[in-house]
Design a protein around this ligand. Sequence first.
Ligand code: HEM
Length: 410
Amino acid sequence: MAADKSSPMEKSWTIFKEYHIDEDVGFALPLPLEELPHPYDAWISIARNLPELIKNNQLRVEVEKLATLSTDGLRGHKAQRLAHLVLGYITMAYVWGRGDGDIRKVLPSNIAVPYCQLSEKLGLPPILLYADCVLANWKKKDPNGPMTYENMDILFSFPGGDCGKGFFLVSLLVEIAAASAIKVIPNIFDAVQREDTDTLQKALLDISSSLREAQKAFSQIHEYVDPNLFFNVLRIYLSGWKGNPLLSEGLLYEGVWDTPKKFAGGSAAQSSIFQCFDVLLGIQHTVGGIPSDFAAEFLQEMRTYMPPAHQSFLLSLKAKPSVREFVLSKGNATLQEIYNECVEAMVSLRNYHLQIVAKYIMIPASQQSKVERSSEEASESKSKGTGGTNIMDFLKTVRGKTVNCLLKED
Ligand code: HEM
């Protein structure tokens, strides 16, 4: 039999395909579909006109008129992901309505039944996810043009003008920038296995430089996302029904379950990017594999909102030899310094993210409560993220664990 002459990189693409990771866009869905065949086009046309239908108070009427469709005709992963995205948008719009407090606690069976069937097929929860509104909600304007903000658009919008486009596309651009760091992962494990320090150093340098590029991509948020629109409009449509006092019992999926179910809202905490590099670098949020505090539990729970292939990828990384232990065992100052550059890039991303959260959530929330002395219930919900977390405590704990991972000089 001829020897397998393929390089670790070539072999890795076969593995990455299994984990639904793309060479160019990483965890994002490559070239998402934009249309569904009849009769599912009825869902698309509602989702495409969402802001207008909400404004005219027609959204709920139109949703209630929809036929209950079987999901058997949705063939292929991309069609199913598009349907999950579209039903997610429709569900959020149906529940939160005009975002003025007139909410619905029951999702009618004509949407709930296909949505839950499809979610089960995909192994995803029946709520709008990061995997929907960021990873599967994009297109290039000029197909031959670059993957830049200017040449990209989202497929579906919420009220709030271009705020949603800004938030979703900037998140996607962070994913894409980090995709070049994912590529290097097979080289890292190959180098560790062969005890090849030079190759490992080079691969770690590639990772820290891609993570710095990801932070540059992140900085575009200031240009494209308005804090007041984000806080007062978009955030409402991304809110879930877990830890949310506005829907404290959860949402009743009519015709599916007899009791309401609780699911967290759409948040970039469901991105696999940060968790992927945490695992790779040995940044531990758990003790002996068990979540040690609320933050660790939340991050672990967020994995259940990721596509199953990405969850499996994170588990497969965890099962590999520890890069951190290898670096420690070598006692090589340069290697430790280069490893620390990667951890520092993660600390820097998390510091940057904390500033963004202060600007986009904490400041608008405090301004609002100065104007109106809001009810206890409303102010409680404002200090929480879309996933229902106590935001700043959570983010600072996660950053603290990242800082603790820096290797100290003896
Ligand atoms: C306006 C912009 C943003 C705001 C207001 C924001 C807000 C938040 C909030 C409130 C949380 C806490 C979890 C929750 O309750 O959902 C969170 C977590 C998180 N966000 Fe963001 N986020 C923004 C942009 C992004 C972007 C662009 C990314 C990267 C793609 C990102 C990645 C994360 C991650 C990974 C976590 C989990 C905590 C961690 O691992 O450090 N966020 N974000």
